[in-house]
Design a protein around this ligand. Structure first.
Ligand SMILES: Cc1cc2nc3c(=O)[nH]c(=O)nc-3n(C[C@H](O)[C@H](O)[C@H](O)COP(=O)(O)O)c2cc1C
Length: 239
Protein backbone atom coordinates (compact mmCIF):
# COMPACT_ATOMS: atom_id res chain seq x y z
CA UNK A 1 0.00 0.00 0.00
CA UNK A 2 1.35 3.46 -0.86
CA UNK A 3 1.61 6.04 1.88
CA UNK A 4 -1.40 8.37 2.12
CA UNK A 5 -3.71 6.14 0.09
CA UNK A 6 -6.61 4.28 1.64
CA UNK A 7 -5.96 0.58 2.16
CA UNK A 8 -7.46 -1.95 -0.24
CA UNK A 9 -8.50 -4.69 2.16
CA UNK A 10 -10.02 -7.23 -0.19
CA UNK A 11 -9.36 -8.56 -3.68
CA UNK A 12 -12.63 -6.98 -4.81
CA UNK A 13 -11.36 -3.57 -3.65
CA UNK A 14 -8.10 -4.10 -5.50
CA UNK A 15 -9.96 -5.08 -8.66
CA UNK A 16 -12.26 -2.03 -8.46
CA UNK A 17 -9.32 0.29 -7.92
CA UNK A 18 -7.53 -1.25 -10.91
CA UNK A 19 -10.61 -0.70 -13.08
CA UNK A 20 -10.63 2.99 -12.14
CA UNK A 21 -6.92 3.51 -12.76
CA UNK A 22 -6.21 1.44 -15.85
CA UNK A 23 -6.83 2.37 -19.45
CA UNK A 24 -9.50 0.31 -21.22
CA UNK A 25 -6.82 -1.54 -23.15
CA UNK A 26 -4.80 -2.45 -20.05
CA UNK A 27 -7.92 -3.47 -18.18
CA UNK A 28 -9.05 -5.56 -21.11
CA UNK A 29 -5.71 -7.38 -21.22
CA UNK A 30 -5.28 -7.97 -17.49
CA UNK A 31 -8.80 -8.69 -16.40
CA UNK A 32 -10.54 -11.14 -18.67
CA UNK A 33 -8.33 -13.27 -20.83
CA UNK A 34 -10.28 -15.56 -23.19
CA UNK A 35 -13.86 -16.27 -22.13
CA UNK A 36 -13.22 -16.03 -18.38
CA UNK A 37 -14.13 -19.63 -17.57
CA UNK A 38 -10.98 -20.30 -15.52
CA UNK A 39 -11.43 -16.97 -13.81
CA UNK A 40 -14.94 -17.97 -12.72
CA UNK A 41 -13.84 -21.49 -11.78
CA UNK A 42 -11.07 -20.07 -9.59
CA UNK A 43 -13.47 -17.82 -7.70
CA UNK A 44 -15.92 -20.69 -7.22
CA UNK A 45 -13.12 -22.97 -6.02
CA UNK A 46 -12.04 -20.44 -3.41
CA UNK A 47 -15.64 -19.93 -2.35
CA UNK A 48 -15.88 -23.63 -1.51
CA UNK A 49 -13.16 -23.21 1.13
CA UNK A 50 -14.25 -22.70 4.72
CA UNK A 51 -12.00 -21.92 7.66
CA UNK A 52 -12.60 -24.16 10.65
CA UNK A 53 -11.60 -22.28 13.80
CA UNK A 54 -9.60 -24.18 16.41
CA UNK A 55 -10.80 -22.43 19.51
CA UNK A 56 -8.96 -21.43 22.66
CA UNK A 57 -5.49 -22.02 21.34
CA UNK A 58 -2.61 -19.76 22.25
CA UNK A 59 -2.18 -17.74 19.06
CA UNK A 60 -0.02 -15.00 20.54
CA UNK A 61 2.79 -16.17 18.26
CA UNK A 62 1.70 -16.57 14.63
CA UNK A 63 3.83 -17.66 11.73
CA UNK A 64 2.68 -17.73 8.11
CA UNK A 65 6.14 -18.38 6.70
CA UNK A 66 6.92 -21.26 4.37
CA UNK A 67 9.99 -22.58 2.60
CA UNK A 68 9.65 -22.69 -1.17
CA UNK A 69 12.49 -23.87 -3.43
CA UNK A 70 14.85 -23.67 -0.47
CA UNK A 71 14.02 -20.09 0.49
CA UNK A 72 12.06 -18.95 3.51
CA UNK A 73 9.18 -16.61 2.60
CA UNK A 74 7.03 -14.66 5.10
CA UNK A 75 3.74 -15.58 3.43
CA UNK A 76 2.58 -18.62 1.46
CA UNK A 77 1.56 -16.50 -1.55
CA UNK A 78 3.99 -15.54 -4.29
CA UNK A 79 3.65 -13.53 -7.49
CA UNK A 80 3.23 -15.59 -10.65
CA UNK A 81 4.65 -14.48 -13.97
CA UNK A 82 2.61 -11.81 -15.70
CA UNK A 83 3.52 -10.27 -19.00
CA UNK A 84 3.43 -6.59 -19.83
CA UNK A 85 3.32 -4.94 -16.40
CA UNK A 86 4.13 -1.70 -18.18
CA UNK A 87 0.63 -1.44 -19.54
CA UNK A 88 -0.39 -0.65 -15.97
CA UNK A 89 2.45 1.61 -14.83
CA UNK A 90 5.77 2.93 -16.17
CA UNK A 91 7.66 1.29 -13.27
CA UNK A 92 6.23 -2.05 -14.42
CA UNK A 93 8.07 -5.10 -13.01
CA UNK A 94 10.40 -2.88 -10.96
CA UNK A 95 7.40 -1.98 -8.81
CA UNK A 96 6.13 -5.57 -8.70
CA UNK A 97 9.58 -6.74 -7.55
CA UNK A 98 9.78 -4.08 -4.85
CA UNK A 99 6.33 -5.13 -3.62
CA UNK A 100 7.34 -8.78 -3.47
CA UNK A 101 10.57 -7.94 -1.63
CA UNK A 102 8.70 -5.73 0.85
CA UNK A 103 6.46 -8.71 1.71
CA UNK A 104 9.44 -11.07 1.67
CA UNK A 105 7.79 -13.32 -0.85
CA UNK A 106 8.82 -14.71 -4.22
CA UNK A 107 8.20 -13.32 -7.68
CA UNK A 108 8.43 -15.10 -11.00
CA UNK A 109 9.65 -12.60 -13.58
CA UNK A 110 7.99 -13.18 -16.93
CA UNK A 111 10.12 -13.31 -20.06
CA UNK A 112 7.48 -10.96 -21.42
CA UNK A 113 8.49 -8.39 -18.80
CA UNK A 114 9.18 -4.86 -19.96
CA UNK A 115 12.34 -4.47 -17.86
CA UNK A 116 15.43 -6.63 -18.16
CA UNK A 117 15.94 -9.33 -15.58
CA UNK A 118 19.05 -7.44 -14.35
CA UNK A 119 17.10 -4.18 -13.84
CA UNK A 120 14.51 -6.07 -11.82
CA UNK A 121 17.19 -7.73 -9.69
CA UNK A 122 18.96 -4.43 -9.01
CA UNK A 123 15.88 -2.64 -7.77
CA UNK A 124 15.07 -5.18 -5.03
CA UNK A 125 18.36 -6.85 -4.07
CA UNK A 126 17.05 -8.96 -1.18
CA UNK A 127 14.08 -10.21 -3.22
CA UNK A 128 13.30 -13.85 -3.89
CA UNK A 129 13.47 -14.04 -7.67
CA UNK A 130 12.57 -16.77 -10.11
CA UNK A 131 12.74 -16.48 -13.89
CA UNK A 132 10.13 -17.73 -16.32
CA UNK A 133 12.02 -18.60 -19.45
CA UNK A 134 10.76 -19.25 -22.96
CA UNK A 135 12.06 -22.01 -25.19
CA UNK A 136 14.24 -20.73 -28.06
CA UNK A 137 15.43 -22.35 -31.25
CA UNK A 138 18.91 -20.95 -30.57
CA UNK A 139 20.52 -22.98 -27.75
CA UNK A 140 23.23 -20.31 -27.44
CA UNK A 141 20.56 -17.78 -26.58
CA UNK A 142 19.13 -20.14 -23.95
CA UNK A 143 22.59 -20.60 -22.40
CA UNK A 144 23.16 -16.84 -22.27
CA UNK A 145 19.77 -16.29 -20.64
CA UNK A 146 20.34 -19.03 -18.05
CA UNK A 147 23.76 -17.53 -17.21
CA UNK A 148 22.26 -14.04 -16.92
CA UNK A 149 19.51 -15.29 -14.61
CA UNK A 150 22.03 -17.13 -12.41
CA UNK A 151 24.37 -14.13 -12.28
CA UNK A 152 21.54 -11.77 -11.35
CA UNK A 153 20.53 -13.90 -8.35
CA UNK A 154 17.47 -15.72 -9.71
CA UNK A 155 17.17 -18.97 -7.79
CA UNK A 156 14.87 -21.05 -10.02
CA UNK A 157 13.89 -21.35 -13.66
CA UNK A 158 10.18 -21.66 -14.42
CA UNK A 159 9.02 -23.19 -17.69
CA UNK A 160 5.42 -22.70 -18.70
CA UNK A 161 4.39 -25.98 -20.29
CA UNK A 162 0.67 -25.54 -20.87
CA UNK A 163 1.01 -23.14 -23.77
CA UNK A 164 2.65 -25.07 -26.60
CA UNK A 165 1.94 -22.32 -29.11
CA UNK A 166 1.94 -18.66 -28.20
CA UNK A 167 -1.15 -16.91 -29.46
CA UNK A 168 0.34 -13.44 -30.04
CA UNK A 169 -3.18 -12.16 -30.17
CA UNK A 170 -2.50 -9.19 -27.95
CA UNK A 171 -3.16 -5.99 -29.78
CA UNK A 172 -0.04 -3.91 -29.14
CA UNK A 173 -0.48 -0.87 -31.30
CA UNK A 174 2.12 1.52 -29.82
CA UNK A 175 0.42 4.77 -30.75
CA UNK A 176 -2.16 4.50 -28.01
CA UNK A 177 0.30 3.65 -25.24
CA UNK A 178 1.30 6.25 -22.71
CA UNK A 179 4.71 4.53 -22.52
CA UNK A 180 6.79 2.57 -24.95
CA UNK A 181 6.69 -1.18 -24.62
CA UNK A 182 9.71 -3.43 -25.11
CA UNK A 183 10.63 -7.01 -24.23
CA UNK A 184 14.33 -6.93 -23.28
CA UNK A 185 14.42 -10.55 -22.08
CA UNK A 186 13.10 -12.11 -25.28
CA UNK A 187 15.62 -10.95 -27.88
CA UNK A 188 19.15 -9.60 -27.44
CA UNK A 189 18.28 -6.70 -29.66
CA UNK A 190 14.90 -5.12 -30.10
CA UNK A 191 13.52 -5.70 -33.60
CA UNK A 192 13.59 -2.53 -35.73
CA UNK A 193 9.81 -2.67 -36.17
CA UNK A 194 7.16 -0.87 -34.17
CA UNK A 195 6.15 -2.90 -31.09
CA UNK A 196 2.91 -4.66 -31.81
CA UNK A 197 3.32 -4.55 -35.57
CA UNK A 198 2.96 -7.81 -37.46
CA UNK A 199 6.71 -7.70 -38.27
CA UNK A 200 7.61 -7.21 -34.61
CA UNK A 201 5.50 -10.15 -33.52
CA UNK A 202 6.99 -12.25 -36.33
CA UNK A 203 10.56 -11.55 -35.08
CA UNK A 204 9.53 -12.83 -31.65
CA UNK A 205 7.71 -15.83 -33.02
CA UNK A 206 10.64 -16.74 -35.29
CA UNK A 207 13.04 -16.88 -32.32
CA UNK A 208 10.89 -19.20 -30.22
CA UNK A 209 10.87 -22.97 -30.30
CA UNK A 210 7.26 -23.98 -30.56
CA UNK A 211 6.15 -26.42 -29.41
CA UNK A 212 8.74 -27.42 -26.81
CA UNK A 213 8.94 -31.03 -25.63
CA UNK A 214 10.39 -33.04 -22.71
CA UNK A 215 13.77 -33.06 -24.54
CA UNK A 216 13.90 -29.27 -24.27
CA UNK A 217 13.14 -29.47 -20.55
CA UNK A 218 15.95 -32.00 -20.14
CA UNK A 219 18.33 -29.72 -22.06
CA UNK A 220 17.53 -26.84 -19.72
CA UNK A 221 18.06 -29.08 -16.68
CA UNK A 222 21.45 -30.08 -18.07
CA UNK A 223 22.46 -26.47 -18.65
CA UNK A 224 21.63 -24.77 -15.37
CA UNK A 225 22.53 -25.39 -11.77
CA UNK A 226 19.17 -23.89 -10.72
CA UNK A 227 16.07 -25.95 -9.95
CA UNK A 228 13.65 -26.13 -12.87
CA UNK A 229 9.92 -25.78 -12.16
CA UNK A 230 7.26 -26.75 -14.70
CA UNK A 231 4.27 -24.43 -14.56
CA UNK A 232 0.91 -25.53 -15.89
CA UNK A 233 0.91 -29.27 -15.13
CA UNK A 234 -2.74 -30.14 -14.54
CA UNK A 235 -2.54 -33.91 -14.75
CA UNK A 236 -0.04 -36.62 -13.81
CA UNK A 237 -0.90 -38.54 -16.95
CA UNK A 238 1.85 -38.17 -19.58
CA UNK A 239 -0.16 -39.83 -22.37
C1 LIG B 1 -2.20 -10.47 -17.56
C2 LIG B 1 -1.61 -11.83 -17.38
C3 LIG B 1 -0.34 -12.10 -17.89
C4 LIG B 1 0.24 -13.37 -17.73
N1 LIG B 1 1.49 -13.60 -18.21
C5 LIG B 1 2.06 -14.82 -18.05
C6 LIG B 1 3.38 -15.09 -18.51
O1 LIG B 1 4.04 -14.24 -19.08
N2 LIG B 1 3.89 -16.35 -18.30
C7 LIG B 1 3.18 -17.32 -17.67
O2 LIG B 1 3.69 -18.42 -17.50
N3 LIG B 1 1.93 -17.09 -17.20
C8 LIG B 1 1.36 -15.88 -17.37
N4 LIG B 1 0.10 -15.64 -16.89
C9 LIG B 1 -0.60 -16.71 -16.15
C10 LIG B 1 -0.41 -16.53 -14.66
O3 LIG B 1 0.95 -16.68 -14.27
C11 LIG B 1 -1.26 -17.53 -13.86
O4 LIG B 1 -0.85 -18.85 -14.14
C12 LIG B 1 -2.73 -17.41 -14.18
O5 LIG B 1 -3.13 -16.06 -14.18
C13 LIG B 1 -3.59 -18.23 -13.19
O6 LIG B 1 -3.43 -17.75 -11.90
P1 LIG B 1 -4.57 -16.83 -11.20
O7 LIG B 1 -5.77 -17.67 -11.14
O8 LIG B 1 -3.98 -16.47 -9.86
O9 LIG B 1 -4.71 -15.61 -12.10
C14 LIG B 1 -0.49 -14.39 -17.04
C15 LIG B 1 -1.76 -14.09 -16.53
C16 LIG B 1 -2.32 -12.86 -16.70
C17 LIG B 1 -3.69 -12.59 -16.14
Amino acid sequence: MSRGRPPLPTLVDIEQSAREKLSDRAWGYYSRPADGQTYRDNIEAFERYRLIPRNLRDVSIRDTSVTVLGTRMDIPIAIGPTALNRLAHPDAELATAKGAAAMNTGMVLSSWANHSLEEVAEVAPPGIRWFYMLFYKDRGRMKRLLARAERAGYTAIFLTVDQPLLPFQIDLRPVTFPVSIRFPNVLDEEPPHAPGSAEYQESMRAALKQPATWDDVQWIRDNTRLPVVLKGILSGNRN
